[in-house]
Unconditional design. Structure first.
Length: 137
């Protein structure tokens, strides 16, 4: 019989980051269109947003490449991607919210087994997705 080992396990993603060209523009989009709450902000450098039990951090890559002393320097070039889990019943309201704010839905996908996605972009071109929250269960 095989011996079962206990391995350490990561429980969740506490925070994730995207890089944006304009923090003020991003703040308007993520708070007004996506209804996220601001936790903290350093103008022209970063914006911390509450997303359920997680935190989404939006960074200006030009500023985070500079040595700030507290955390290692970092930065990214190009568009990123993040998917937000939503209840299936919320697809119609979210599609309406995007349309009301003139945010184009780039693509809709039916993955089967009751899992759906809608894709759209933030003002910096990052690919954002709303996906059925049961997608990985």
């Amino acid at each position: 019989m095989r011996e079962t080992k206990n391995y350490m396990k990561l429980n969740n993603i506490a925070e994730t980051a995207l890089y944006v060209r304009d923090i003020a523009e991003a703040q308007k989009f993520y708070t007004e269109v996506l209804k996220m709450e601001v936790i903290d902000m350093t103008p022209d450098r970063d914006l911390f947003l509450r997303c359920g039990d997680s935190v989404l951090i939006l960074f200006n890559p030009e500023q985070t490449k500079k040595d700030g002393g507290v955390v290692p320097t970092h930065g990214s070039v190009g568009q990123g991607h993040i998917a937000f889990g939503i209840p299936e019943a919320d697809f119609t309201p979210w599609t309406a919210q995007l349309a009301k704010n003139r945010v184009a839905v780039e693509k809709t996908v039916d993955w089967g087994d009751g899992v759906h996605s809608i894709y759209f972009r933030d003002p910096s071109g990052n690919s954002l997705e709303c996906i059925s929250e049961n997608c990985y269960r």
